[in-house]
Design a protein around this ligand. Structure first.
Ligand code: PMP
Length: 419
């Protein structure tokens, strides 16, 4: 995509945004009779044609249940599902495809670890370290586990820019610490956390680390072996794949030591009323008929990501974030929330005297989709003493012209709504 210089539409970072836009059908619809401007990519990404086609092809050409049937369709579907796992394995640089478990998404991946590894390894008096900028899905499962096992959460604080305080993190670690669970990229602030360093520090004390990669996976290369994380959770729908599918990466020895998550077909080796033996990893964690179509289409999303120049896509997204931040700073009364040195393509902001939701609803009338509220990170909002923010989150298919339209819309919103 980035090599199609003939179109003459390349950005400073060398990314051909107009070429990229062509393959996302949804970017060409209207909202309230205005061309859609989609700035809610942190909530979910739009899908390229190839991913939509993969779903349709599966259902129209080889829909069958997998790993059971000997017939042609079952074999074809099984092969495609198994190949999708290998695609994901290679994409995140895992050592073995057995380390990839298909789940419904980040939330289920974290819940799986909490209710299997967690129940086995966390007991009374133990501590789990999280950060203040976790998404609710990396808080609540641990809170539920702590309640059940009488364990405690310890929270890494952040500074006013939205950067974690590593010195404070080090002080939280003790002999009671049994797990660190931390977000790679914050969905509400855009901060890219130094997860490799966080993991290194935890490993000095043999403490395993789970990384919530929901926001990182689409924007940069993830190498789980280089990070040396013990678990890495992410969702397909934030990386151009379908909803309802995601992954849990886990180091094989950990997965093998964990009890099953749910009981049912596929996860067993043999069943009798006296005793059931379990299947090997990863099948032990994939009870019942899996989400075959969406797993296959996630594999196609991986192919798609591999087909683009991710370096220039990522540089372009950064360029968009800086462009939007600079324009926002010029608006009287706007305050950027989340100004970390190391940031991804999210701009969160508040406007003095203007309710965030009102501003979001006004932008919607102009066809602009942003997100308002606490973005499922209530503790961050509490830390910053704000009820919520307006969030514009960019993908490489967004343009500076779209940012200009949002800025114009915000100026109008302020005139209309400012108290
Ligand atoms: N973690 C982060 C950082 C997120 O942004 C999200 C989704 N907004 C989640 C976890 C949960 O992802 P899902 O709803 O796809 O399970």
């Amino acid at each position: 995509m980035s090599s199609s210089a003939s179109t003459g539409t390349k950005t400073v970072s060398g990314f051909d945004v107009q070429e990229a836009r062509k393959i996302f059908p949804l970017l060409h619809v209207t909202a309230h009779n205005k061309p859609l401007i989609y700035f809610d990519n942190a909530a979910t990404s739009q899908k390229p044609e190839v991913v939509i086609d993969a779903l349709s092809t599966y259902y129209s050409e080889y829909n069958a249940n997998i790993h059971r049937g000997v017939h042609f369709l079952a074999q074809t579907a099984s092969q495609a599902y198994d190949e999708a796992r290998i695609k994901v394995q290679k994409f995140i640089h895992a050592q073995s495809e057995r380390e990839i478990i298909f789940t419904r998404g980040t939330t289920e991946s974290i819940n799986l670890v909490a209710s299997t590894w967690g129940r086995k390894n966390i007991s009374e008096g133990d501590e789990i370290i999280l950060s203040v900028m976790e998404h609710h899905s990396n808080i609540v499962p641990w809170q539920m586990l702590c309640e059940e096992q009488k364990a405690t959460l310890k929270i890494i604080p952040m500074n006013d820019n939205g950067e974690l305080l590593l010195e404070e993190y080090k002080k939280l670690i003790s002999s009671k610490t049994k797990l660190v669970a931390v977000v790679h990229v914050s969905n509400s602030l855009g901060t890219i956390n130094p997860v490799k360093e966080i993991i290194r520090i935890a490993h000095e004390k043999n403490i395993p680390v789970l990384v919530d990669g929901a926001q990182a996976i689409a924007h940069d290369t993830v190498d789980v072996q280089d990070l040396d994380c013990d678990f890495y959770a992410f969702s397909g729908h934030k990386m151009f794949g379908p909803t309802g599918i995601g992954c849990l990466y886990g180091k094989l020895h950990l997965l093998e030591s964990m009890p099953p998550y749910q009981g049912g077909g596929e996860m067993i080796q043999s069943v009798s009323f006296e005793k059931t033996t379990y299947n090997e990893v990863p099948f032990k964690f994939e009870a019942g008929t899996p989400n075959i179509a969406d797993a296959i289409a996630l594999g196609t999303a991986v192919d798609f990501l591999n087909s683009i120049d991710r370096k220039s896509a990522s540089a372009y997204e950064h360029e968009l974030m800086i462009y939007a931040s600079e324009k926002l700073k010029l608006i009287d009364g706007v305050k950027l929330i989340g100004t970390a040195e190391n940031k991804t393509s999210v701009v969160s902001f508040i406007i003095e005297g203007v309710n965030a939701m009102d501003a979001g609803m006004y932008l919607d009338t102009l066809g602009i989709a942003v997100r308002t509220g606490h973005h499922c990170t209530e503790p961050v909002m509490k830390r910053l003493h704000i009820p919520g923010t307006i969030r514009a989150s960019f993908m490489f298919y967004n343009t500076k012209e779209e940012v200009d339209v949002m800025i114009e819309g915000l100026n109008k919103a302020i005139k209309l709504l400012k108290k």
